[in-house]
Design a protein around this ligand. Sequence first.
Ligand SMILES: C[S@@+](CC[C@H](N)C(=O)[O-])C[C@H]1O[C@@H](n2cnc3c(N)ncnc32)[C@H](O)[C@@H]1O
Length: 227
Amino acid sequence: MEQKRRYYEAYEERYRQVHEEGLQWSSDSPSEIVGQVIQKYGITKQAQMLEIGCGEGRDAAYLLKEGYHLLATDLSGEAIAYCREKYSDFRENFCTLDCLNERLEQKFDFIYAVAVLHMFVLEEDRSKFYQFIGEHLKENGIALIGTMGDGKMEVCSNPEEAFTLQRRTHGQTGREMMLAGTSCRVVSFDTFRQEIHSAGLKELEMGLTSILPDFPTMMVAVIKAEK
Ligand SMILES: C[S@@+](CC[C@H](N)C(=O)[O-])C[C@H]1O[C@@H](n2cnc3c(N)ncnc32)[C@H](O)[C@@H]1O
């Protein structure tokens, strides 16, 4: 019997649709905030790093080329195959992982997830995301979470419509394309804070950043496991 697709798998569909046109969905520009947090918290090149939801690999590629020890993961097999081919020197560093339903044996000094949390619309999925982070941080490890939002607005898409085609403009070419809508839940700073706290995690800092050209306004939090 065919298994029902889960709403947060819709990005797989979008990547396939875009790759079939010989294009990629995201830019190649790394998120400045990732480098800034690495610098600020003194994360060294010996640190074990994990990316959750690496997509087409813009942040992972930058860090791997800089010599960091990174395992870059995504639920989407299409995205991981794309990264392995595009960044073939680092193919072993990319692997599929569903952070809501799978576990790794290793723990990490630094975990980051850029523009992944907002994809999780259901309460239980958001809790599982934080839980995954808590379970995979080393004792003094930290995590950076970037999620869409301006800190005030709260909106939520209908998960039933994640695969419904929507007209979207392709960033690099300006082409109009009909693509899987995917899912989005934007929360305020207050909700973000409450979620972090309820998951037994500690907020070290929270604010807004701009990840250009992909995400002009993004909320970010640096967190650690509560002792
Ligand atoms: C908006 S994209 C962001 C990709 C990349 N981080 C970036 O900033 O370009 C969200 C990514 O989260 C991935 N994703 C969705 N659900 C996931 C899950 N359960 N586990 C891991 N990755 C997931 C999607 O496949 C997609 O690549």
